[in-house]
Design a protein around this ligand. Structure first.
Ligand SMILES: C[S@@+](CC[C@H](N)C(=O)[O-])C[C@H]1O[C@@H](n2cnc3c(N)ncnc32)[C@H](O)[C@@H]1O
Length: 350
């Protein structure tokens, strides 16, 4: 895990965090603790009437990215923010950047990654986003003329997928790309999850995509990244870029508390109403995998929720005492999630 999570791995999002955002809104959460990632799982919470948002990530670069993203939202108009994150033209971004007042470390962060990614928009600078851009080259090769003109133009994408995509080529693609060896060589450098899902890799990905094609793919940044190498329209961008959420984040007076390190090693006494762990628990093993919920428990308010997203591995032998699983109470929000690669688990402190 350590090797993989040490640089800029995520810049857009590998999840649709509408799920956690809606949960927090429904529960009226006031104090939230979240893993950082691309910021897409953390910043939308600022659109809610919070007391405290604590953002923890073991990667210094992910924290800088989140701070930088929040400054763009706070200091720029919606139009400039969208142009900035989606433009591959460095001079165009430099013009917009001139409107901002940034601390030196954020300027240096931006300039370093901009130089290293001369052809690409900041939204796609993460290693995870680059991996799926590579995947999109294969999908476009295997399904020429079937993607923008077909899949993303039809009023019945599931029907289109069944007729033109599902089948021998699609299965071959999932078999070649969707496995541990490929993900380790492309992205995880040996730190890929130790799977315990009862499904084979092929069945896991095949079923996940099948669910995804049934949803509103015009709003799925993930499906568009897989098939087109980029987000096709603004409505598919991660939710911090949606106009209503964007304006509420901008108006928020809450300054997030940032913390570099493991979310399981914090010492402080806040009682959180919601703890959003992303798929971090899928990377755990041994005694931490067994005890992480109890480690967090003292910082969870009564009736507070812990949100897990298991990816290929659900936590094994984890001590859940003091918590009740309430996943089924929020089935609808989970089914609407627009990446569909996760088994969501919601635990409520009782
Ligand atoms: C598992 S990744 C998923 C990324 C997230 N879904 C997104 O799109 O932003 C989540 C983030 O967790 C961070 N991370 C991994 N293990 C962690 C830990 N024990 N404590 C805090 N952050 C951790 C990684 O650096 C990464 O930025």
């Amino acid at each position: 895990m350590q090797t993989y999570f040490q640089s800029l791995n995520y810049t857009m999002a590998n999840e649709d965090t509408t799920l956690e955002y809606k949960l927090a809104a429904t529960l009226g959460a006031k104090n939230i603790l979240t893993v950082g990632g691309s910021g897409s799982r953390a910043l939308p919470f600022l659109a809610l009437p919070l007391n405290q948002l604590r953002i923890v990530d073991i990667s210094a670069d992910q924290i800088l990215l989140i701070k930088f993203k929040l400054e763009t939202i706070r200091q720029l108009s919606h139009a400039d923010t969208l142009t900035f994150w989606t433009s591959s033209e460095a001079p165009q971004r430099a013009m917009i950047l001139k409107k901002m007042n940034l601390e030196d470390n954020l300027k240096a962060f931006y300039q370093y990654h901009s130089r290293n990614n001369p052809q690409s928009a900041p939204l796609y600078w993460g290693k995870w986003e680059k991996t799926f851009q590579t995947f999109s080259k294969i999908t476009q090769f295997l399904f020429p003329n079937k993607i923008r003109e077909g899949l993303f133009s039809t009023s019945n994408p599931y029907g289109y997928y069944e007729k033109h995509i599902k089948g021998f080529r699609w299965n071959l693609l999932l078999k070649i790309v969707g496995n541990k060896a490929m993900f380790n060589s492309l992205l995880y450098k040996g730190s890929f999850i130790i799977k315990n899902s009862p499904l084979s890799y092929f069945d896991f990905y095949s079923q996940a995509f099948d669910r995804l094609f049934r949803l509103d793919i015009q709003r799925s940044h993930f499906l568009q990244l897989c098939f087109c190498g980029k987000v096709l329209q603004n409505e598919a961008l991660p939710i911090e870029f949606h106009p209503d959420i964007f304006e509420k984040i901008k108006a928020s007076k809450v300054n997030p508390i940032y913390q570099q390190g493991s979310i399981f090693e914090r010492v402080e006494d806040t009682q959180y109403d919601l703890i959003s762990l992303s798929d971090v628990p899928s990377y755990l093993s041994g005694s931490l995998e067994q005890n992480y919920i109890q480690i967090l428990a003292k910082n969870v308010a009564l009736s507070g929720i812990v949100v897990n997203r298991f990816y290929l591995r659900s936590s094994e032998n984890t001590n859940l005492s003091g918590f009740q699983e309430i996943t089924n109470d929020h089935k609808l929000i989970i089914e609407e999630e627009l990446v569909q690669m996760y088994d969501v688990q919601l635990l409520k402190k009782v």
